[in-house]
Write a protein that binds this ligand. Structure first.
Ligand SMILES: Nc1ncnc2c1ncn2[C@@H]1O[C@H](COP(=O)(O)OP(=O)(O)O)[C@@H](O)[C@H]1O
Ligand SMILES: N[C@@H](CCC(=O)OP(=O)(O)O)C(=O)O
Length: 407
C-alpha cells in the first residue's frame, strides 16, 4: 500500500502536512449527527451518499478507512415520534436502538453501490480500557480492514449506562484512530474549519493550520449551532489534541468537503502531529475511563508514582473513596485532592481499608495469601497530564441510573 509521507496500512506514520494525506494508508473519518440528518432529525440520504462516495473513492485508491459515525439517536427520533433529542438516558437508549439499525442499513446500501461491504462495530469505553478486552476490538477492526470492509463505528449507546458512557464521538474517534494505528484522523462536521471565533460572529477567520497548543490561545469557542450534535467545537479540539499528541495528524473539515479533505486539498484546519504514540490501553485509560473510586496518596507515594514510575503500594495510601471492584479504574489523588494518575486497582473497595498503611509482610501475616499484590501496578497506571481536581466519582456499575441525564 501507499507511501508518500511514509504512511502504511498497518503501522502509523507521521504525516508532515496535508499533501501527505492523499497517500495515507489508514484513515479514521468521523462524521457528526448534524452532517447526516435533516433539520427535522431524519437521515439525509443525499448527504450520507455523498459521504460514502468520497470514502469509496479513497478506499478504491488503496486507503483503508474506518468510519466513526454519529447519528443513531438523531435517526431514531422520527420513527419514535420524538420532536427533539431526549434528555433522559432511557429514551436516548431507545432512540439509539431504533436509529442505529436504520443508519447502518443506509450505509450498507450506499456502500453496496461501490461494491463495498459495511461492518458495524459498537464500542463502549469500559470494554476497551480493560487489558483482556481492548485487544478484541483491535483484532476485529484489523480483520475487517484486512478483508476490505468499511467498519462503521459508534458508541453502543443502547447499553452504555451513564457511568460507562463515553458521550461524544469526537474523542471516541481519536481513540479509535490510535487503536487502529491510523495515519490520520478526519473530523467532518457542519462547520468547514476551526475559526478564530464562533463562525456566526462577523469577522471570524478560518484557522488553516494548528501546529501546537499555542496556536489555539487566541481562538474563541462558541456554542454549537446544531440541535443534534453533542460536543460542539470543544470536543473536536480535545479529539485533535488526543490524536496529534499520539502522533496522528488531524483534519477538521465540513462533511460536504469530505473528498477534498481526504485528498489533502487546502480545506478545513490541519492539526500537525505533536507527540509520539503512547500505549493504547493507557490512552484509553486517561481519556475514556470514568473512575469509580479515589485513592488518596501520601506525599511519598505521590513522588514514587509520579517521579519514579513505581507501582502504588497500600502503605502509601491514606484513604479510599467510592465503590469499586478489582480491575476498575480509580483516580490516584494527592492530599489536596488533585488527581495525579489513574489506574486499574487490584482490590475491591471492600478490601482496601484493611490494606491501607500496611507493609507487604503485615498484609500477608494479617490477611493471608493473595494479599501481597500491589494496589495499582505500574503497567496499569497512567499519569494525568496536568494536575486536575478529581471529578465526582461515578457510582458503581451496579447502581441504578434509570433517571440519569446524559451530556
Ligand atoms: N471557533 C469555532 N470554529 C468553528 N466552529 C465553532 C467554533 N465555535 C463554535 N463552533 C460551532 O461548533 C459546531 C460543530 O459542533 P457540533 O454541532 O457538535 O458538530 P458535529 O455534529 O459535527 O459533531 C458548529 O456548528 C460551529 O458553529
Ligand atoms: N453516539 C451518538 C452520537 C454522539 C455524538 O458525539 O454526536 P455528534 O456530536 O453529532 O458527533 C449517536 O450516534 O447518536
Amino acid at each position: 500500500m501507499s507511501s508518500a509521507g511514509g504512511a502504511s496500512a498497518t503501522g502509523a506514520a507521521r504525516l508532515a502536512d496535508r499533501s501527505a494525506l492523499a497517500a495515507a494508508g489508514r484513515v479514521v473519518v468521523k462524521v457528526g449527527s448534524s452532517s447526516l440528518t435533516t433539520p427535522s432529525g431524519g437521515i439525509d440520504d443525499a448527504r450520507l451518499i455523498a459521504l460514502v462516495n468520497a470514502l469509496a473513492e479513497r478506499i478504491q485508491s488503496g486507503t483503508q478507512v474506518v468510519l466513526v459515525s454519529s447519528g443513531a439517536i438523531a435517526a431514531g427520533l422520527g420513527p419514535l415520534g420524538l420532536a427533539r433529542r431526549p434528555r433522559d438516558l432511557a429514551t436516548q437508549q431507545a432512540a439509539a436502538s431504533v436509529g442505529q439499525g436504520l443508519l447502518v442499513a443506509r450505509y450498507t446500501s450506499a456502500a453496496a453501490a461501490h461494491g463495498l461491504t459495511v461492518g458495524q462495530v459498537l464500542l463502549t469505553a469500559d470494554d476497551v480500557i480493560r487489558r483482556t478486552q481492548y485487544r478484541n476490538a483491535q483484532r476485529a477492526l484489523e480483520r475487517l480492514l484486512g478483508m476490505g470492509v468499511l467498519p462503521v463505528v459508534n458508541e453502543n449507546d443502547t447499553v452504555a449506562t451513564a457511568e460507562i458512557r463515553f458521550g461524544d464521538n469526537d474523542r471516541l474517534a481519536a481513540l479509535v484512530a490510535h487503536l487502529v494505528h491510523a495515519d490520520a484522523l478526519v473530523l467532518l462536521s457542519d462547520v468547514d474549519a476551526l475559526y478564530d471565533g464562533p463562525p456566526s460572529r462577523p469577522g471570524s477567520r478560518r484557522v488553516p493550520v494548528v501546529t501546537s497548543a499555542a496556536d489555539l490561545d487566541d481562538v474563541v469557542i462558541g456554542g454549537s449551532s446544531s440541535a443534534v450534535g453533542t460536543g460542539g467545537m470543544t470536543t473536536k479540539l480535545q479529539a485533535a489534541s488526543i490524536a496529534t499528541g499520539a502522533g496522528i495528524a488531524t483534519v477538521l473539515a465540513s462533511a460536504a468537503q469530505a473528498g477534498e479533505a481526504l485528498r489533502g486539498d487546502d480545506v478545513g484546519t490541519w492539526f500537525s502531529p505533536t507527540g509520539a504514540r503512547p500505549r493504547t490501553r493507557m490512552l484509553w485509560l486517561a481519556h475514556a475511563a470514568n473512575p469509580l473510586g479515589r485513592l488518596v496518596l501520601d506525599a511519598g507515594a505521590v513522588a514514587a508514582v509520579v517521579k519514579r514510575g513505581a507501582s502504588l503500594l497500600p502503605a502509601g495510601v491514606v484513604a479510599a473513596e467510592g465503590t469499586f471492584e478489582a480491575g476498575d479504574p480509580v483516580d490516584l489523588c494527592d492530599e489536596t485532592g488533585h488527581a495525579v494518575a489513574r489506574g486499574l486497582v487490584n482490590y475491591s473497595s471492600a478490601e482496601v481499608p484493611e490494606l491501607l498503611g500496611r507493609s507487604t509482610r503485615e498484609r500477608l501475616d494479617a490477611l493471608g495469601p493473595g494479599y501481597d499484590r500491589v494496589l495499582v501496578h505500574r503497567d496499569d497506571l497512567v499519569l494525568l497530564p496536568r494536575r486536575r481536581p478529581a471529578g465526582p466519582v461515578a457510582p458503581s456499575a451496579s447502581s441504578s441510573r434509570e433517571h440519569a441525564v446524559m451530556p
